[in-house]
Design a protein around this ligand. Structure first.
Ligand SMILES: *Cc1c(COP(=O)(O)O)cnc(C)c1O
Length: 349
């Protein structure tokens, strides 16, 4: 099976498995796991922040970050296409008493400043209004096809947030992809935000984990919240060891971007597929099947039968994600499968 449902399907490399067996371990809740401490130091350095904290998942990393920034009863402004709004089970409302305010994402993953401004009440002294305390951005933007937010846009949001006295959190699940695609350092992106979470378990290829980075004071808060949420783990250097290899080999993501681009170009040539390869900037390819013999369901089933796993992605779209378990040959084969299925029509049953 060519597995393109997600870059979360990456399996640890032999180098990661070796690093895991050789990792020096301790109790991380006591702050005594040297491998975790090293990963936290390296992650702070990568993002240009004072400190960082290892989390079991991106969801918990975002949750703790939102809770650390946003007092109960205040608003976290989030994009309508964001992971925090759509895919994280409403955690900050449930656990933190935070009010989400979803505002439209544009196709390039940005949120218009005018829409951000509209989420602030005209009269902040009027007691009926919940007040925004936090703006959340996402980079790369998953539901916007792995779009990379422009640096000058991030600078504008930073200025806007400073004027209004609110914080900015970046859901940077794939911020390393963003940096590599834009040819900049991760820290040039994260310089514009107060905090960032990034996933080790997506394209970076580690089996488990996410990092939150920010000021030392902020990271102290999220570390307490992590314990409260049940995410304080013990000899978690086992996982941090794989993550350190993932960071050392992060330039590899450029291969995924090249493969994704080739996949998009191949798909764009197939009659019955709607795909603009110029929209593909990183490792996510979103397309539509316009051939009326298919529904997204019958398309997914038909390609699956031929050995290709992709996923439905809202608004009738299909998502294919390229990662270290997908080779250049797999990309060629995947294009061949889609072409064959669209030529032959849906598979019965
Ligand atoms: C995957 C993802 C998350 C959540 O990470 P998990 O480790 O799956 O909880 C958050 N934001 C974005 C944009 C993601 O793609």
């Amino acid at each position: 099976m060519i597995e393109m449902r997600s870059d979360t399907f990456t399996l640890p490399t032999p180098e990661m498995l070796t690093a895991m067996t050789e990792a020096e371990l301790g109790d991380d809740v006591y702050g005594e796991d040297p491998t975790v401490n090293e990963l936290e130091r390296r992650s702070a350095e990568l993002t240009g922040k004072e400190a960082a904290c290892f989390f079991p998942s991106g969801t918990m990393a975002n949750l703790a970050s939102v809770m650390a920034h946003a007092p109960r009863g205040t608003k976290a402004v989030v994009g309508t296409e964001s992971d925090i709004w759509l895919y994280e089970a409403g955690g900050a409302s449930v656990c933190g008493g935070v009010v989400y305010e979803p505002v439209p994402n544009r196709p390039d993953g940005t949120i218009a400043l005018a829409d951000l401004a509209a989420s602030f009440p005209a009269d902040p002294d009027d007691p009926q209004f919940a007040l925004p305390s936090l703006i959340c951005l996402e980079n790369t933007h998953n539901r916007c096809g792995g779009a990379v937010l422009p640096l000058d846009y991030l600078a504008e949001v930073r200025r806007f947030a400073d004027e209004r006295g609110v914080a900015v959190h970046l859901d940077g699940a794939r911020v390393v992809n963003a940096a590599i695609a834009a040819g900049v350092e991760v820290a040039e992106i994260t310089a514009h935000v107060d905090s960032v979470q990034f996933c080790l378990s997506k394209g970076l290829g580690a089996p488990v984990g996410s990092m939150v980075a920010g000021s030392a004071e902020f990271v102290g808060k999220v570390r307490r919240l992590r314990k409260m949420l049940g995410g304080g783990m013990r000899q978690v250097g086992l996982l941090a060891a794989a993550a350190l290899v993932a960071l050392d080999t992060r330039e590899r993501l450029a291969e995924d971007h090249a493969n994704a681009r080739r996949l998009a170009e191949g798909l764009a040539l197939i009659p019955g597929v709607e795909m603009d390869p110029d929209t593909v900037k990183t490792n996510i390819v979103i397309f539509k099947v316009t051939d009326e013999r298919f529904t997204w369901r019958t398309f997914l089933a038909s390609v699956h039968q031929q050995g290709l796993a992709v996923t439905e992605f809202g608004h009738g779209r299909i998502r294919a994600v390229v990662h270290n378990g997908v080779s250049a040959e797999d990309v060629t084969a995947a294009v061949g499968i889609v072409a064959r299925v669209l030529k032959e029509g849906p598979t019965a049953g």
